[in-house]
Design a protein around this ligand. Structure first.
Ligand SMILES: [Fe+2]
Length: 177
């Protein structure tokens, strides 16, 4: 390997285009606890780990960014009384985060329609506005009929250990101002 291969080369600007925002929906609740994982022992559902980085639109890490996350359970139900499957995950100094949770279920919004499976997030770091968005799942049949669904916000989990799923996603936030 030549020495030049070790030089840090910034990614192209296009690769750090701002992550799309998405509707907050009716189930956000402030005051979620800081956690290292949202799933709990014995919880129904397929374990899911989503990891990646929180970057600014110049592709630099946003140290200690906070991801305020909420989602429904494996039956499509939100905990609106407590904080099950709600929590704040903090990224590290390099902007790396790891969200351990379960795969949420689509949930019914009308007689004939479901929202596709999704995870809600509010992502922020010092110097950035709050990005309210959602992550969707590749292959969910309800993606095609959901007005909030965005291809750019879609993760494609692969099989992990012991029946779990693993996915990656990088969040890119513009700086305030
Ligand atoms: Fe939702």
């Amino acid at each position: 390997m030549s020495a030049t291969a070790l030089v840090w080369i910034p990614a192209l600007d296009a690769e750090c285009g701002e992550t799309e925002d998405n509707i907050e929906g009716p189930y956000y609740k402030g005051g979620a606890p800081e956690r290292t994982a949202l799933n709990e022992p014995g919880m129904k559902g397929t374990p899911l780990t989503v990891s990646g980085r929180v970057l600014n639109t110049a592709c630099r890490p946003l140290s200690y960014a906070v991801l305020d996350i909420w989602q429904c359970d494996a039956d499509g139900v939100y905990d609106n009384k407590g904080y099950t499957l709600r929590g704040k995950i903090q990224a590290d100094k390099e902007g790396r985060y790891e969200l351990r949770t379960i795969v949420p279920s689509p949930y019914k919004v009308s007689d004939k329609r479901y929202r596709p499976a999704h995870i809600h997030l509010k992502v922020s770091a010092p110097g950035t506005p709050v990005l309210t968005t959602q992550l969707y799942f590749e292959g969910d049949k309800w993606n095609a009929v959901d007005s909030a669904y965005r291809k750019s916000l879609t993760i494609n989990p692969r099989d992990g250990r012991n029946g779990s799923k693993v996915a990656t996603f990088d969040f890119k936030l513009k700086l305030r101002g």
